[in-house]
Design a protein around this ligand. Structure first.
Ligand SMILES: [Zn+2]
Length: 472
């Protein structure tokens, strides 16, 4: 029995041999892929309830966005000129997010999911670093939206439990002096007791983590500057207990490195037992060769947030040396304010191109590697290698069909090269997650909502938020 057959496509399997099947087909039953092979064979052997004609397009694994933020999407395009990381964080992001109501978080989630699906993304790891543990309504509303939209999501429940020391207070005061009119929530905003944060995270995992389904919750200590070693260790223990992972922003800006003096962020995490295959570290820009070796030796995965690093001028993460040393590395779109889009094919192309220029070496990060970083490598980095990241029988049916019949993709003798260097992201026509069609011919299926109404609501909400937070 076959529920659905995708046929007449170029199947970019991303299996171990990186096999590409011309005139191929993929059979799906329930939420799983049941067979992959030639279109002739599968059309003869199956009688599917639904047939999707890929019309010669590329059939690819659903893309995996390994580090992102959702609610911040309303700040897109605003206030990132001439601001460094902490300036943007303290004077723009925090004031605006502090004003957001649950229904506004839900609208942000809807806009985010639509953009994400239209870019071929089926799984994303959200870092909710502005989570207010005294009010989980925004979290619940967002998770409801993700469920309704049919996407696969990992919700990183942000933990901040470190009361700022005088040095951090001073940094906060110096930076917020730039925008005295903004409504700043304070340097100690969102800080909770360590035990409460860990207990509440465990409760969220128990409520939402579904090993067979599309949702999961991870403990997400926000940054090393705002989290105690007790919370970092507690988060890692929780990840082991519940068979999930942790995710944290690490070594993004130079300020974090200065705070720790002689001990690097990676050495600190190693010393407290928080490196390993349950850690997914976002950024890892300010690193030395020893840090990279520690990541490789411990099996710690990294998410490279290339466009955010460029926009905030934090620098080039040593991705090439990480890959050469065997560090599992994925790509994240990070904040849609800093990127400015949620578009992994575009980011994979930027990563593959920029590092060649930076190293003056055209052999670094080949197209195939960049594509791996948003598919099979990303699946492994988030602990889902068994189920996600490639088109193989037995894996979840998370699949995107990309239309290659475009002037800018003609000719495309090597489809992976075309996807990484040529595709803009908007060529994604059809998306399935867990066997359910989420988009067909660019039309979002699961929700009956007008796209123009969502866009108009988002624009008005963003204007309102910026006004309330008095961001200039
Ligand atoms: Zn981030």
């Amino acid at each position: 029995m076959t529920d659905l057959l995708i046929t007449n496509g170029t199947i970019i399997t991303q299996n171990e041999d990186r096999q590409i099947i011309i005139d191929g087909a993929v059979a799906v039953t329930g939420d799983r892929i049941t067979d992959v092979g030639s279109a002739d064979r599968l059309e003869a052997e199956t009688s599917p309830d639904q047939l999707l004609d890929a019309e010669g397009g590329a059939v690819i694994p659903g893309l995996i966005n390994a580090h992102t933020h959702v609610s911040d999407i309303f700040l897109r395009g605003a206030f990132t000129q001439d601001r460094g990381l902490y300036d943007w964080l303290f004077n723009v992001k925090q004031p605006a997010l502090f004003e957001m109501r649950p229904e506004e978080h839900a609208l942000a989630a809807q806009l985010y999911c639509i953009e994400s699906i239209q870019s071929g993304i089926t799984t994303f790891v959200e870092n909710d670093t502005a989570l207010d543990w005294t009010d989980l309504e925004p979290t619940r509303r967002k998770l409801d939206v993700y469920d309704d939209m049919g996407v696969r999501n990992i919700y990183g429940a942000g933990i901040r439990d470190l009361v700022p020391d005088r040095g951090f207070e001073q940094l906060f005061e110096d930076i917020t002096a730039r925008d005295p009119r903004s409504v700043h929530p304070g340097s100690d905003a969102l800080i909770v007791e360590t035990e409460d944060a860990l207990d509440n995270t465990a409760a969220l995992i128990e409520e939402f983590h579904d090993t067979e389904g599309r949702q999961s919750v991870w403990p997400a200590p926000a940054t090393l500057a705002t989290t105690t070693s007790d919370a970092l260790q507690g988060a890692y223990r929780l990840a082991e207990e519940y068979d999930v992972m942790t995710t944290t922003h690490v070594a993004e800006a130079k300020a974090e490195v200065r705070e720790r003096g002689a001990l690097s962020s990676i050495e600190y995490l190693r010393n407290i037992g928080c490196l390993g295959d349950r850690a997914l570290l976002g950024h890892c820009v300010q690193m030395n060769a020893r840090d990279v070796r520690l990541l490789a030796r411990s099996g710690t995965a990294v998410v490279h947030n290339y466009r955010a690093n460029m926009r905030l001028a934090t620098g080039f993460a040593p991705v090439v040396s990480m890959l050469d040393t065997g560090v599992l590395t994925a790509i994240g779109t990070d904040n849609s304010i800093l990127n400015d889009t949620v578009n992994l094919l575009s980011d994979a192309g930027a990563v593959a191109t920029a590092h060649k220029g930076y190293h003056r070496d055209s052999s670094v990060i080949p197209a195939q590697k960049a594509f791996d970083m948003v598919t099979c490598d990303a699946a492994e980095a988030i602990g889902h290698a068994e189920n996600l990241g490639s088109i193989e029988a037995g894996k979840r049916a998370d699949i995107a069909i990309v239309d290659l019949d475009k002037p800018h993709l003609t000719p495309s003798p090597d489809p992976v090269h075309a996807l990484v260097y040529g595709a803009q992201g908007s060529e994604v026509e059809t998306v399935l997650c867990a066997g359910t069609v989420l988009m067909q011919d660019r039309e979002i299926i699961p929700i009956d909502v007008s796209l123009s109404a969502v866009l108009a609501d988002a624009t008005a909400t963003a204007e309102d938020l910026i006004g309330k937070a008095k961001i200039e």
